[in-house]
Design a protein around this ligand. Structure first.
Ligand code: ATP
Length: 234
């Protein structure tokens, strides 16, 4: 059954030292969740553990009710859980078309067409090498590449990294639409608190490896003082 992503009591880190402790969160189908928090809070560590790139030291990762803790990133992505990393995973020497060939399961033309409807700016750039795209176009390609695999839950790590706010603002509604029209669950890691909360249903603030604050996005938007205070929590 489609239940989405459920992280339960996750403890994870590097070389035996925990960077996140006892973190629990859920992303239901059709829901946009903003994962906020200062640098080094543990946001990427949480995402990497969910996708199976980092072995948890404790806790469980469930996807559609199935325990996927410790599975490989390949196995996890085949189940429908995808990550767009902050490094974007783009090959500068390959064209936009090449990226879709690699990403689309067995040349799924319909999936590529649906994706081009969504990321219209890429349509005229199919034969351009990714290294020659602008920062915004590269981010669009990174998102589009994930979309053609039709994930049921998509995690996006700092989509806004290095991008002008106006470009980020144009990408946010695409996330909202995917949630509403396709029932995709979306976990957005963001530094732009307000932009993320405006498209999200819920927000979660991580700081120093633990969840410090969470609630409906609308409440977090009107309650900025508490959100900011949770960024300072020691
Ligand atoms: P940012 O917004 O800066 O990316 P983040 O919230 O994603 O921050 P993480 O990248 O998860 O934070 O980092 C959490 C902690 O783990 C930090 O203290 C960081 O220094 C540490 N850390 C991250 N990656 C590694 C690594 N490969 N080896 C050792 N420590 C790491």
């Amino acid at each position: 059954m489609a239940e989405g992503l459920r992280i339960e009591g996750l403890t994870a880190g590097y070389a035996g030292i925990a960077a996140v402790r006892d973190v629990s969160l859920t992303v239901a189908p059709g829901e946009v969740v903003a994962l906020l928090g200062p640098n080094g809070a543990g946001k990427s560590t949480t995402l990497l553990s969910a996708i199976g790139a980092l072995a948890p030291m404790g806790g469980r990762v469930l996807f559609d009710g199935q325990d996927i803790t410790g599975r490989t990133p390949d196995a996890v992505s085949r189940l429908g859980l995808a990550l767009v990393p902050d490094s974007r995973g783009i090959f500068f020497d390959l064209t936009v078309r090449d990226h879709f060939r690699l990403a689309a399961p067995k040349g799924d033309k319909a999936a590529v067409e649906a994706m081009l409807d969504r990321f219209g700016a890429l349509r005229g750039l199919m034969d351009r090498r990714a290294g020659l795209l602008s920062g915004g176009e590269q981010q669009m390609l990174a998102l589009a590449k994930a979309f053609v695999t039709k994930p049921s839950v998509l995690m996006v790590d700092e989509m806004s990294l290095g991008l002008a706010p106006l470009i980020v603002q144009s990408l946010m509604p695409i996330m909202r639409r995917a949630a509403e029209e396709e029932g995709m669950g979306i976990l957005l890691v963001e530094q732009h608190i307000e932009m993320a909360l405006k498209v999200a249903d819920r927000g979660i603030v991580l700081n120093r490896g633990a969840v410090r604050f969470e609630g409906p996005a609308r409440e977090l938007l009107t309650n900025r003082a508490d959100v900011e205070a949770s960024y300072m929590a020691r």
